[in-house]
Write a protein that binds this ligand. Structure first.
Ligand code: SAH
Ligand code: SF4
Ligand code: F3S
Length: 443
């Protein structure tokens, strides 16, 4: 709409990276909403365009530089358009990003409360503005995120920020700062608000949820409190760290049917030598013991993982250890990456990025091929079984079908037949692909 006579300036936000970044964008929109901005869902209609960025791998940053080039051209025909860069890449590159011709404003992950002031200063002086201060306290605990999908089914709730682990490959501790846990009262308040707004699933987020602690409340206790908000609302969480995940959490999960039977437990490598260089502070044996414990306490729990192929010094034998660990655990799904050196990290400073790119690519494709088989097997094991799924919307392929997830986080597709988004439906699995369970509704 070009002839909109509203006086409110309009903001559009584009988000890259993890779920936590999506939730951060919701916090940013809430802050700007209070400052008088109207949110619009197209960059074309906006007077302020924000790009919430990710720095986890080089290809993530390249993609964002591409977007900035796009906006540099846009600005030529749209005088007055403000472009701001937020998030992890903003924090990592600071003034370097501010110097980009498309960029008017740079704000790091702990500087979002300062956005209205930065924008006002930019408008008043015409000078580019930057705030990349990291904080030890900021959790945005009192800010109710402006949900990006207000008719949605799942609501993200960040329970902590930052990370105190120094996995040697990882940029997050530098871009997000020190770990801090959010006041549990504000988490519960946000959960209640989301439930009142009709959300059916709460997804608790943190880089290492197992180290959540606020006063006497640890992660297992927090999960129990969130699960008790409403037994008809599901609770999920991400990410667990194999070195920190406790039996107590597993018992809490088992005790509440509305806590989903899914643990995302990034392993990164199956080789102890590589894990040591990665500073993961867990071994292959420790990881396998944690997996065994999860399955002992919750036999129906799915386990998914993240893995990096081609980390510094990874030999063919190291990589085969990773493949073997995958075969042994039989992950239900995995996110798989090739190692991308991040400037300033321990690995960049201490190890040489010595696995040739073509070997990284070849290893990545081998592990993807293996996981495809494992995912297919995992899904085949579900054929004939019944599951309660939470409907998320239409299936990608057809409006005659719905997609809903099982507690294990598997996507099920089934005929819509009068059912709708946000509803729980019991389905029976008739057939499967590596990515989807094909189901019928059980009346
Ligand atoms: N906090 C989570 C993950 C955060 S980042 C954890 O500890 O597991 C998400 C995933 O990106 C990581 O699990 C890792 O597999 C991958 N990743 C992180 N840094 C990377 C790098 N430099 N190159 C390639 N993949 C990386
Ligand atoms: Fe990065 Fe490790 Fe922290 Fe995860 S736990 S965010 S991989 S440093
Ligand atoms: Fe990316 Fe930052 Fe998340 S680097 S993965 S947006 S914490």
């Amino acid at each position: 709409m070009n002839n909109n006579f509203t006086l409110a300036p309009r903001v559009f936000i584009e988000t890259y990276g993890c779920q936590m970044n999506v939730n951060d964008s919701e916090v940013v929109l809430s802050i700007l909403g209070k400052a008088g901005y109207a949110v619009c869902d197209s960059a074309q209609d906006a007077s302020l365009i924000l790009i919430n960025t990710c720095a986890i791998r080089d290809n993530a940053e390249q993609r964002i530089l591409g977007r900035l080039d796009h906006y540099r051209l846009q600005k030529k025909s749209r005088p007055g358009l403000i472009v701001g860069v937020l998030g992890c890449m903003a924090e990592r590159l600071k003034e370097q990003l501010l110097a980009h011709p498309a960029v008017d404003l740079v704000a790091g992950p702990d500087a979002y409360r300062d956005l209205p002031r930065l924008i006002a200063a930019l408008s008043a002086t015409g000078e580019k503005q930057i705030n990349t201060l990291l904080s030890h306290e900021e959790t945005y605990g009192d800010i109710s995120p402006l949900r990006l999908d207000p008719n949605g089914v799942s609501a993200y709730i960040s329970i902590m920020r930052g990370c105190n682990n120094v996995c040697s490959y990882c940029v997050v501790p530098y871009t997000r700062g020190a770990e801090r846990s959010r006041d549990f009262e504000s988490i519960l308040r946000e959960g209640r608000e989301a439930i009142a707004a009709g959300y059916k699933e709460l997804i608790l987020l943190g880089q290492n949820v197992d180290s959540y602690r606020f006063g006497e409340v640890d992660f297992a206790r927090l999960m129990a409190m969130v699960a008790e908000l409403d037994p008809t609302v599901r609770v999920r969480f991400s990410t667990s760290h194999p070195k920190d995940i406790k039996d107590e959490l597993l018992h809490t999960m088992a005790a509440y049917p509305n806590i989903c039977r899914h643990i995302h437990l990034p392993v990164q490598s199956g080789s102890n030598a590589v894990l040591e260089r990665m500073r993961r502070r867990h071994t292959r044996e420790w990881y396998l013991e944690r997996v065994a414990r999860i399955r002992e306490i919750m036999p129906d729990c799915s386990i998914t993982t993240d893995v990096i192929a081609g980390f510094c010094g990874e030999t063919e034998a190291d990589f085969e250890d990773t493949l073997e660990l995958f075969r042994q655990v039989k992950f239900d799904a995995a996110f798989m990456f090739q190692y991308s050196e991040r400037p300033g990290t321990l690995a960049a400073r201490h190890y040489s990025d010595d696995v040739p790119p073509e070997v990284k690519t070849e290893r990545l494709s081998r592990i993807i091929a293996l996981q495809n088989e494992l995912s297919a097997e995992s899904n085949r094991r579900d054929v004939g079984k019944c599951f309660e799924v939470l409907v998320e919307g239409f299936s990608k392929r057809s409006d005659a079908d719905l997609m809903g997830r099982t507690s294990q986080n598997k996507a099920c597709v089934f005929p819509a037949a009068g059912h709708h988004k946000g509803e729980y439906v019991t389905v029976r699995v008739l057939d499967s692909t590596p990515a989807t369970l094909l189901c019928e509704v059980v009346e």
